[in-house]
Write a protein that binds this ligand. Structure first.
Ligand SMILES: *Cc1c(COP(=O)(O)O)cnc(C)c1O
Length: 419
């Protein structure tokens, strides 16, 4: 459920007509709904109501906007970060250091040190040398790093290959078969407080079966580690729950997910940690765009919008589907391609899709753009960096200003030794 709805034939974000945002801010622009964000945060937590000890860390890579993070901080969410930059964002948004989990497959030593200096709650170690480096740095600072070992359970998450992370051939974590030996060696290090394990098998999962299979493997690992004398107090189950992009999609709900987790983990006797991203932010945002031109095509026309692959990369990157809806639909439909202005054929949002009939000057949105949208934006083709708006009831504010091509250019220089 979200708070983007039609009122008097005009698509609104909460109480704000999107026509007003287009007029006052310009397009393309991301528009987020605070009420939707809060609702999703609450629904996810409610889904975990049968889990006694838990910690929820929003995977901020999917939407690191400070305004968005502040809303989630107020909902009691921590942050899962994958870089030093994300760590600073989480702190700047008011998320407590102890609620920050540091994931990420290639952490720099400087970032490990930064996390220790900041006093973050947990490091998710990706492999043995990283754990050794972390322990060394912590020891030199007179600290013991709170950490868990990320394991790769070798399950097929059944999602797009580029966002599948839990198969043996993927770069993430250590093989679950070798995890006990590595855990044993790392746990002994001075400077290390190794207290559990983590996993994250992929994103946009539309079935619970692979998650359950992975968790069952982890249950065996926990028993083995405990039998070897290790104290296992924390298990991080990652994120990955999918969202409906297409009107016919029906991914598992947070309640179904939570019930499965509660059942599988009931005897684990640990603090369970969660790292949801997309399921919290996906449906809280739309990308608002203006139709520039409608141009005849070989079969169907091209709807050329002013948003492009640099603003919303998911279709170009993953062949992802984003629902396209006119802000003032006439009721008429047609079959069309939806493309952006970037000089790549990959800058295509939809092919031969049955959509609202639109004309030059009309406004439309790509739905479900609140996760992995603005955060992946670039300025390719010297386009402006897309701005972000947060709506709350009948007010809205720019939570990220448009950054012009001129501002980007101002950071560049021509060396004086050329001619
Ligand atoms: C990306 C990521 C997440 C969030 O994934 P979603 O599919 O957005 O829920 C959680 N944990 C880790 C380690 C990640 O890399």
């Amino acid at each position: 459920m979200d708070h983007f709805h039609f009122r008097d034939g005009v698509l609104h974000a909460e109480d704000i007509p999107l026509t007003r945002i287009a007029e006052e801010v310009g397009t393309p622009v991301y528009v987020y709904s605070r009420q939707t964000l809060e609702r999703h945060a609450q629904v996810f937590r409610d889904g975990l109501k049968d889990i006694p000890n838990k910690h929820i860390a929003f995977a901020i890579k999917c939407n690191p906007n400070l305004g968005v993070l502040r809303v989630l901080a107020r909902q009691g969410y921590g942050a899962d970060v994958v870089s030093g930059g994300e760590m600073e964002r989480a702190l700047a948004a008011g998320i407590a250091a102890e609620d920050i989990v540091f994931s990420g497959v290639g952490k720099k030593r400087s970032e490990l040190r930064q996390g220790l200096e900041r006093g973050i709650g947990q490091f998710n170690i990706e492999h043995e040398p990283e754990g050794i480096a972390l322990a060394e740095i912590a020891h030199s600072m007179g600290l013991r790093a709170p950490a868990v070992l990320r394991v790769n359970p070798d399950v097929d998450a059944g999602t797009h290959a580029k966002i599948s992370t839990g198969k043996a051939e993927n770069k993430f974590g250590v093989g679950i078969d070798v995890a006990p030996e590595i855990f044993g060696r790392l746990a002994k290090l001075d400077g290390m407080n190794l207290r559990g394990v983590a996993l994250h098998i992929g994103s946009q999962l539309t079935s619970l079966a692979p998650l359950e299979a992975a968790f069952e493997r982890v249950a065996i690992l926990i028993a083995d580690l405990r039998a070897a004398g290790h104290d296992i107090t924390h298990v991080d189950l990652g994120g990955g729950l999918g969202v409906p992009y297409h009107p016919d999609d029906n991914p598992p709900s947070p309640a179904e997910y939570g019930a499965m987790v509660a059942r599988v983990t009931k005897d684990w006797n640990v603090t369970l940690m969660f790292e949801p991203g997309r399921v919290i932010a996906g449906n809280t945002g739309v990308l608002l765009t203006e139709v520039l031109w409608v141009k005849p095509g070989a079969k169907n026309p091209f709807v050329i919008v002013d948003a492009a692959m640099n603003d919303l990369a998911r279709p170009a990157l993953y062949d992802a589907f984003h629902d396209f809806v006119a802000v003032k639909p006439t009721g008429e439909k047609f079959d069309a391609w939806i493309v952006g202005p970037v000089c790549e054929t990959g800058d295509t949002f939809a092919k031969d899709r049955h959509i609202d009939k639109v004309e030059s000057g009309d406004l439309a949105v790509f739905r479900t753009a609140g996760a992995y949208g603005a955060t992946m934006a670039s300025t390719y083709n010297s386009r402006d960096l897309v701005p972000e708006i947060l709506v709350d009831g009948d007010k809205y504010v720019s939570v990220a200003d448009r950054i012009s091509a001129g501002t980007i250019m101002a950071a560049e220089r021509v060396p004086d030794w050329i001619d």
